[in-house]
Design a protein around this ligand. Sequence first.
Ligand SMILES: C[S@@+](CC[C@H](N)C(=O)[O-])C[C@H]1O[C@@H](n2cnc3c(N)ncnc32)[C@H](O)[C@@H]1O
Length: 268
Amino acid sequence: MDRPSWAPGEVDLDRPSAARVYDYYLGGYHNLAVDRAFAEQAMKAMPELPLIMRTNRAFLRRSVRHLVGTGIRQFLDLGSGIPTVGNVHEIAQAAAPESTVVYVDKDPVAVAHSQVILEGNPRAGVLQADLREPHVVLDSAPVRELLDLDQPVAVLMFAVLHFVRDDEEAAASVRRLMGALPTGSYVVISHGTHEPVGERGREVERLYTRTDNPLAPRNQAQVAKLVSGLEPVEPGVVFLPLWRPDGPDEVDDHPERSCTYGVVARKP
Ligand SMILES: C[S@@+](CC[C@H](N)C(=O)[O-])C[C@H]1O[C@@H](n2cnc3c(N)ncnc32)[C@H](O)[C@@H]1O
């Protein structure tokens, strides 16, 4: 297969990647035949997957706007993915132009495409790194240049911690990052769960073992544990549509169909 111009040499063209599969669910075009075939198979088990991803992006929008409203001006977006419509810097800088954003992803396509769309934006940068190595992220050039770690930072972990299979490793990643940041910092997490779908979810989990990003769905109590020691803001750990919907039109009668919990928590 010919390598597309946007796929760096290190990309294995024969193996689906979570970043590119997610791009396909959202209707993007930075994906390969192997990703599309994989996504179609996953959607046979769970046809609601594209809806789940759109619900996740809507939570991203609402929570980032909320944080700007509380005065946050610095964002560290971990597992930021391939840029799509409504990226964190666009939302934050539209509300508060001085906001700074560092995107971090381990996927080379996500990083390369982020570099392209951030060209000419002096307040946003990107880093290729693994969130399980918080010291690498915090000591990196983009973080040092764009974030003042003596001032509150919002650490964003949208749809990424369910790719960290080890419970303690996932919790430690949050703990170490938040431990390095001052009082008044926040973490935002959205996290997949099988609770509402049972066997269909387990089928998707089995499929993801074929990617570099096997899934680790967690239940509500396990997601709450990821923010222990922090103060979840109202309404706590809830299915995404229940987290501060924008208005009556956004109220969803079946929030559990999002199969994803969301939480915003503040460091006391
Ligand atoms: C489902 S996408 C979510 C993208 C974006 N955060 C969103 O919610 O729209 C998950 C992203 O996390 C990245 N990822 C998975 N594990 C990671 C890790 N350990 N460190 C950094 N990025 C990771 C993947 O490469 C992928 O781009």
